[in-house]
Design a binder for this molecule. Structure first.
Ligand SMILES: [Zn+2]
Length: 300
């Protein structure tokens, strides 16, 4: 799943490639991806792409309007979910794609504003059967409920140690759940939260309310450091190279069964909510493997 660094890099990539071009046509072969109907996606046609930004894990393309913020324009807001991706295409087939259940959800054709000639574009796709890729055409990004709900962004200068301490105060949930809750902290998902907790040698199931001042300071440094590093590595990469780059930078996430790069113990996996998290027992849980806490397990 793309998280803050990958979406940030996608926005930068689109600022370079798409901004200044005109939307020539919008195909929506996977009609289920479209979560809004007014304005319709056809309203984007003929308008210039004026900006690309990120809100948490949402990608926001400004189309039409004027000024650096694209005031008065429309916004194509995309949440790539777990298996969605953006594929940049230097040339696109002119024939409309077939409607149906394939991975292609939406295709944006771009054109050169001066000549009107076709100038590439991009596909929004989703692999697998879990159809969660979501696209919104709105007048303001905050019209998207997931954007309106976002908590503070990890890269926001206002996200200080004190701000993190404030978010943790009185929270009874486990630190892993809190770090990935987008309404608390925007941009961090399953992968980078595993990395941050490994970095500070903390159990993912530690109650947030039990963190000491020192824990909070270390957690803050690891959050900002891990995300900044990942943004730096992703910067300037083409959309197609981001996934491999993310994977290569991970120490524990997605590495169950492999040795911990710090201590050599075997990285383990445990279910968390609807996903799996990975951690190092020696580094994070005093050598003890975590028990699976899924309710379904208890009911068996
Ligand atoms: Zn370890």
């Amino acid at each position: 799943m793309p998280e803050l660094p990958e979406v940030e890099a996608l926005a930068a990539f689109l600022r370079e490639r798409a901004v200044g071009r005109v939307v020539a046509r919008v195909d929506v072969p996977g009609i289920h991806v479209l979560k809004t109907y007014d304005p319709p996606p056809t309203a984007l046609a003929g308008l210039e792409v004026t900006g690309a930004a990120r809100h948490g894990k949402f990608l926001d393309l400004t189309v039409g309007g004027s000024g650096p913020g694209g005031d008065g324009g429309l916004h194509l807001v995309v949440h790539l979910a777990r298996a969605g991706w953006l594929h940049w295409r230097e040339s696109l087939p002119p024939a409309p794609p077939r409607m149906g259940k394939g991975p292609l959800g939406m295709r944006i054709h771009l054109a050169d504003p001066a000549t009107g000639e076709t100038a590439g574009g991009f596909d929004l796709t989703e692999q697998g059967t879990q159809k969660r890729l979501a696209v919104y055409v709105v007048r303001e990004p905050a019209e998207v409920p997931g954007v309106a709900r976002l908590g503070i962004d990890v890269l926001d200068p206002a996200f200080t140690v004190d701000a993190l301490a404030g978010l943790l105060t009185g929270q009874r949930s486990q630190v892993k759940g809190l770090l990935t809750d987008q309404s608390v902290l925007a941009g961090v998902g399953n992968a980078y939260s595993d990395e941050v907790l490994w970095e500070v040698r903390m159990s993912p199931f530690k109650p947030a309310s039990s963190l000491t001042d020192d824990d909070v300071a270390r957690l803050h440094a690891a959050l900002v450091g891990t995300i900044r590093d990942a943004v730096g590595r992703a910067e300037g990469l083409a959309a197609g190279k981001l996934k491999a780059e993310k994977k290569s930078g991970l120490n524990v996430h997605g590495r169950a069964g492999l040795p911990c790069p710090r201590c050599g113990d075997t990285v383990r996996e445990v279910s968390f909510a609807t996903k799996a998290l990975q951690y190092c027992p020696t580094c994070q849980t005093g050598g003890k493997p975590l028990a699976d806490r899924r309710l379904s397990r208890l009911l068996k």
